[in-house]
Design a protein around this ligand. Structure first.
Ligand SMILES: [Zn+2]
Length: 570
C-alpha cells in the first residue's frame, strides 16, 4: 500500500469518526492484540476486544474492527490471543527483590510453605537436583539458604555426613535460616579450614560429633563469621547474570514492576551496577532501609529519587516498627493469648526502634519530600506510626505523601479511618489467611484473626489497598495472592473472616492500578489505557470469569514489558 493511499484511508477514518480511543488514528501499531478477553482494569471500559501497542506504549484500546482499521499497517503484527486473557502487568507492592538473586542461584531449603525441605533427605535431593540440572563441575561451591533445624522431624539436624555421601567432590554450604550460621560438608570444611583441631571461638558454635572433637557440620555465630566474609562474591558478570535471573522469577509470575522492600547501601550499589550492565528486564523500585538511609542519600542526592535509571528507581525510605504476628513479635495494644515467644506473661510484643528515632526519621523523610514505607503489623505499631505522622506532618496532616503501611495486618477499624484522613495506603498480606490463620486464631483470637488484612473494610472506607507476597516469605504467585483475597480460606479449609472477602476485580486492582498509585505511577501503569506503558501479562484464562476457587490455577502464559516479550511459558 502506498503512502498516499494510507493517508487517504487515515483521512477517511477520521471523517468517519472511528470510535477507538487514542491518539491520531493514522498511526500504525507495532502490535494489535485480539481474540481474547482484554481486561483493562479501567472502570470506564472494563473489557475490550483489541489493544494496539506502538513504541512500548498502549496506542489504543477498543473494538477490534475500529482498531484494525485505524492502526493496522503493513508492518503491524496481529496477535491472536486464542481465548486467553490479556491484563496489565502485575505491580508488586512489597517483596524483597534482592533475595531473588540468591533464590535464582542457590538452593531453596526453606521448610514449607516457603520451600520444599520437609526433612533431611529432601534437602539432599534438592541439592542434587540443583547440581545435576546446572551441571556444576567438581570442586565448585554449592550454596543453599533457609535451613531450619527446628523444622526437621524429631529434631535431627543436618550433618556433614548427610552431605558427604552425595557430595564428595563439591564444597557444600547450607545456610541457616537465621543467616547466622551454616552446615558445611567435609569439602567445605577443608576449604574454610574447620577441623578437629579448630578451637571454638568465644561467641561461636562448632557442633562436634558425639564423643569426639570432629566437627559435625553446623557452625554458628562467631565461628561462622570468618567463613561468611570469605564466601565468594559475585564478579561483575555474575552480578548482571544473577540479577537477570532474579528478575525472570518476577517476570514468570507476570510481574513487570518489582519491589525491593528494605535495601542496604551495598545492595543498592550492586543493583545499580547490574542495571547499568544489562539487568533491566523489568522495573525495580528500591526502598533504602532507615539504617542505611544517610549512606544512600550521600551517594544518591534527593533529586535523583523517583526516576527510573536503567529500569531501577529509588522509591522512598523504609522503616520497620515491629516484627511478625506468627513469631509473636508484632506489637499490639492487647496481650497475646499464648504469651510471649520466651514464655513471657501478658506479652504484647515490643517496638523495635525507640519512638524518638521513629519520629525523627519520619520527619526527615517528609521534609525531604520522599515517599515512606513503614513495616507495621500490630495495632500498637500502627498507633506509633500515626503518632509519628502527627508529629512530622503537623499542620498538614492530609497531604499526599505516598506513605504505605506495609502489612497493616492487624489494623483496627478506627486506624483505617486515620489512614483515610492522613492519606496512607495499607499494603495487606492476605496470604496469611491461608498460611498462618491457625496461628493467628490461637495467638489473637477469632475476632482479630478474622479482621486480619481487612481489604473489604478498607475499600468500603474509600482506601485503595494493595496486596503482596513479601517474597521470599511467600512465593511470587500473583494468582494465589488474588485467590487468597477473594476466598480467605486457610490451609485447613476454614474461611477466615468471610466478611472481608473482596471481588476478583477488587483483588486484581490491588496488584495493578492501586499498586501503581502506591508508587505514584498511575499515569503510566496499572491499567490498559492509551498512553500508558505496554506492560502486559497474558493468562491462560480470565481470572475474573473463572470459579473463584479456581483462580489459583490460572497460569501466566507470557509477560510483556513495554511492548517486548520478556517471558513466555514453556
Ligand atoms: Zn517484607
Amino acid at each position: 500500500m502506498n503512502g498516499i493511499l494510507l493517508a487517504l484511508l487515515a483521512a477517511a477514518s477520521l471523517a468517519l469518526g472511528v470510535g477507538c480511543s487514542g491518539p491520531a488514528p493514522s498511526v500504525a501499531a507495532d502490535t494489535i492484540y485480539v481474540g481474547g478477553d482484554i481486561v483493562t482494569v479501567d472502570d470506564g471500559q472494563p473489557v475490550v476486544e483489541a489493544l494496539a501497542v506502538k513504541d512500548g506504549r498502549i496506542l489504543a484500546v477498543g473494538p477490534r474492527k475500529d482498531l484494525e482499521r485505524a492502526h493496522r499497517g503493513p508492518a503491524t503484527t496481529v496477535v491472536d490471543l486464542g481465548g486467553k486473557a490479556l491484563l496489565p502487568g502485575f505491580i508488586d507492592p512489597h517483596s524483597h527483590y534482592f533475595s531473588s538473586l540468591t533464590v535464582a542461584n542457590q538452593v531453596n531449603v526453606f521448610a514449607p510453605p516457603a520451600g520444599p525441605a520437609r526433612n533431611i533427605p529432601t534437602i539432599v535431593t534438592e541439592l542434587r537436583k540443583f547440581r545435576d540440572e546446572r551441571k556444576i563441575p567438581k570442586g565448585v561451591l554449592i550454596q543453599a539458604y533457609g535451613y531450619d533445624p527446628n523444622a526437621m522431624p524429631n529434631g535431627a539436624g543436618l550433618t556433614r555426613d548427610d552431605l558427604d555421601l552425595d557430595f564428595p567432590d563439591n564444597p557444600v554450604i547450607v545456610g541457616h535460616v537465621s543467616m547466622h550460621g551454616a552446615v558445611l560438608n567435609s569439602a567445605a570444611m577443608k576449604q574454610f579450614g574447620i577441623s578437629a583441631a579448630t578451637e571454638t571461638p568465644e561467641g561461636g558454635v562448632i557442633l562436634r560429633k558425639p564423643g569426639s572433637n570432629e566437627p559435625a557440620g553446623l557452625v554458628m555465630e562467631m565461628a561462622y563469621l570468618p567463613i561468611f566474609v570469605s564466601l565468594p562474591r559475585p564478579d561483575a558478570k555474575q552480578e548482571v547474570e544473577w540479577s537477570r535471573a532474579g528478575q525472570m522469577l518476577y517476570a514468570a509470575s507476570g510481574i513487570t514492576t518489582a519491589h525491593e522492600g528494605a535495601t542496604h547501601a551495598l545492595e543498592l550499589a550492586l543493583m545499580q551496577r547490574a542495571a547499568a550492565g544489562g539487568a533491566d528486564i523489568i522495573d525495580v523500585v528500591a526502598y533504602p532501609f532507615f539504617t542505611d538511609f544517610d549512606a544512600v542519600l550521600a551517594k544518591n542526592p534527593v533529586g535523583t529519587w523517583g526516576k527510573y535509571v536503567n529500569h531501577l528507581k529509588l522509591g522512598g525510605a523504609k522503616i520497620t516498627l515491629d516484627g511478625s504476628p506468627q513469631g509473636r513479635t508484632a506489637w499490639f495494644t492487647t496481650p497475646y493469648l499464648t504469651g510471649g515467644p520466651g514464655g513471657e506473661k501478658d506479652w504484647r510484643g515490643e517496638p523495635v526502634v525507640p519512638e524518638e528515632v521513629v519520629k525523627a526519621f519520619v520527619k526527615k523523610v517528609y521534609d525531604l519530600g520522599l515517599p515512606l514505607n513503614v513495616h507495621a503489623n500490630g495495632d500498637a505499631a500502627i498507633d506509633e506510626l500515626l503518632r509519628a505522622h502527627e508529629f512530622a506532618a503537623a499542620g498538614d496532616l492530609s497531604r499526599q505523601r505516598h506513605v504505605t503501611v506495609i502489612h497493616s495486618q492487624f489494623v483496627r477499624p478506627d486506624q483505617l479511618d486515620k489512614y483515610v484522613a492522613y492519606r496512607m495506603t495499607p499494603s495487606f498480606f492476605t496470604l496469611h489467611t491461608y498460611y498462618f490463620a491457625d496461628t493467628h486464631l490461637r495467638n489473637r483470637g477469632r475476632e482479630q484473626a478474622f479482621f486480619e488484612s481487612p481489604m473489604r473494610a478498607a475499600i468500603d472506607k474509600g482506601l485503595h489497598p494493595t496486596n503482596h507476597t513479601d517474597f521470599v516469605v511467600a512465593p511470587l504467585d500473583q494468582m494465589f495472592v488474588l485467590w487468597s483475597a477473594v476466598n480467605r480460606i486457610s490451609r485447613d479449609g476454614v474461611q477466615i473472616g468471610p466478611e472481608q472477602r473482596v471481588t476478583p476485580l477488587e483483588a486484581l486492582k490491588a496488584i495493578t492500578v492501586y499498586a501503581a498509585e502506591q508508587y505514584g505511577e498511575e499515569s503510566s501503569k496499572g491499567s490498559l489505557a492509551p498512553g500508558k506503558l505496554a506492560d502486559l501479562v497474558i493468562l491462560d484464562r480470565n481470572p475474573l470469569k473463572v470459579d473463584p476457587m479456581a483462580i489459583r490455577d490460572v497460569k501466566v502464559v507470557e509477560t510483556i514489558k513495554e511492548g517486548r516479550t520478556v517471558y513466555r511459558a514453556k
